[in-house]
Design a protein around this ligand. Structure first.
Ligand code: MN
Length: 486
């Protein structure tokens, strides 16, 4: 689906036809500039000027029902009395951005008169509009600044991505093979609450069906899968049988995902009945094509991985399911990896296919992709079920080149430094209840993830360079008390 965002200008009849014509002309120019901007990934359509209660109601109703409309952007070029917006905005079901800009960047010293003031009064009109958004408790992003500014445009662009992520979320299906790993708490969650809040359809499918589909893989399907591996990766094993076995698993998993129109899946090494290997290479190569995955039955992180990938699909940095594994306390670094399943979109070099035994699970040695992650700034994000509400926790991190080659560690791995430091970052992460499973992304920054959380109506917690644990703890304490009354 190709999405559009609707630009709706606020005004009123008080100023006469000539002023409205000028508002229309100026807004068209703003929209054209935004559409030409590099930071704006998705088309903006100048929809209308709202001048009455009826025109506000009409455009919001239309936006709600038009599947191609991913959100609305409002801007009050002039004053636009907000009581005429109440009935409309109270029914708004699409993501909402209030763009507080002004057509002219500077005041014309000689030309300014009362007519000029009446035409260029967003400073005035957008305050009225801001009040009604707050009064109606509307979740919205407010972007302030000159519409010609690249920074301002980038903030609108991030919100567009978040809005597309919200639309993607509301149609997302997650396939679960097997249940959550026995006794693990943080991977659990209320699937009814998740569907209500995020729209996710999270359902189980039999591992036995997967095993049966694996038996039915044809030679042609196998040859096609192996050709993809050859194009994307270096083969550094003599164990062709193990690689073929992963291809067989991948073909079977993809058939079920395609049949169910699902963009995410989870499995667990505790339930591989009828399978000889934990899917490693198979899962990694599926993730490379934009699918989400969660280990040990973690359907929340599977869904979140798919959504972050959908929001950032054209950015090229990389996004994966990730796990905090072990620390280098001396260097202040975290080593992230998983048993096998890290997405090759994070890789700094061409990944290698290798075969090694797994220490746990009691299955055959699986083929997997081995690589180091790229250096650069990134985020790790964790979604936890607080009981009655969902909390998204985001930590800014700086990924670094691995400090050593770790020749006896045959898994994909990434090393990073948490902001504000390993110690303070981890202290805050634990206070917030963040999981060991995360989505690591070089593309999605905290602003984008915050925009998405706001649209979905969930709590957002950010651990960053300026985070101080005592203040952070107090904010969590306040949030827990606030949300317990909702
Ligand atoms: Mn895990």
């Amino acid at each position: 689906m190709k999405y559009q965002f609707w630009f709706v200008a606020g005004s009123q009849f008080l100023y006469g036809e000539e002023t409205l014509r000028q508002v229309e002309k100026n807004c068209a120019e703003i929209v054209a500039a935004l559409n030409a901007a590099e930071g704006i990934p998705c088309e903006i359509l100048f929809k209308t000027i709202v001048v009455t209660h009826e025109s506000a109601g009409r455009v919001v109703k239309e936006a709600n029902y038009d599947d191609s409309c991913a959100g609305i952007i409002t801007f009050c070029h002039t004053f636009s009395p907000s009581k005429m917006w109440i009935n409309a905005l109270a029914n708004l079901q699409k993501p909402y951005l209030h763009f507080h800009t002004q057509f002219n960047a500077s005041i014309p010293n000689e030309g300014i008169d009362m007519d000029y003031m009446n035409l260029h009064q967003s400073a005035h009109g957008d305050r009225e509009h801001g009040f009604i958004g707050t009064r109606l408790r509307l979740a919205r992003k407010i972007v302030v600044g000159d519409w010609r500014s690249a920074e301002v445009q980038a903030r609108i662009g991030k919100w567009q991505r978040a809005a597309i992520g919200a639309a993607f979320s509301r149609s997302l299906k997650v396939v679960r093979f097997g249940d959550n790993m026995r006794e693990v708490a943080v991977t659990e969650g209320d699937k009814v609450e998740a569907q209500l809040q995020f729209g996710w359809q999270v359902n189980t499918f039999p591992v036995g069906e997967l095993a049966a589909l694996m038996e039915a893989v044809t030679d042609a399907e196998m040859a096609g899968m192996l050709a993809v591996y050859g194009q994307r990766y270096d083969l550094e094993t003599d164990d062709a049988e193990s690689v073929c076995y992963q291809a067989r698993e991948e073909i079977a998993i993809r058939k079920i995902l395609a049949r169910e129109w699902a963009w995410a899946f989870s499995n667990t090494f505790e339930d591989l009945y009828g399978m000889r290997q934990l899917p490693g290479l198979a899962t990694q190569n599926i993730m490379a094509d934009g699918f989400g995955y969660g280990g040990e039955g973690d359907w929340k992180v599977a869904a979140l991985t798919a959504i972050v990938k959908a929001m950032t699909f054209d950015m090229g940095g990389g996004t994966s399911f990730m796990e905090d594994y072990t620390y280098d306390l001396a260097a202040g670094l975290s080593l992230g990896a998983h048993m096998l399943e890290v997405c090759p979109s994070l890789a700094v070099d061409r990944p290698r296919i290798e075969v090694h035994p797994l220490g746990i699970g009691g299955k055959d040695a699986p083929a997997r992709l081995v690589f180091d992650g790229k250096a650069g700034s990134a985020t790790v994000a964790s979604l936890v079920d607080m009981g009655g509400r969902m909390r998204l926790i985001v930590n800014d991190v700086v990924c670094v080149e691995p400090v050593a080659p770790y020749p006896n560690l045959p898994v994909a791995r990434v090393m990073w430094r948490s902001e504000p430091s390993l110690e303070l970052g981890a202290e805050c992460w634990l206070l917030a209840g963040g999981a060991h499973h995360t989505v690591l992304s070089y593309d999605a920054d905290a602003e984008l993830l915050r925009d998405w959380a706001r649209i979905m109506g969930i709590e957002f917690v950010h651990i960053h360079k300026g985070t101080e644990p005592a203040q952070f703890e107090f904010a969590l304490w306040q949030a827990d008390r606030l949300w317990s009354h909702v």
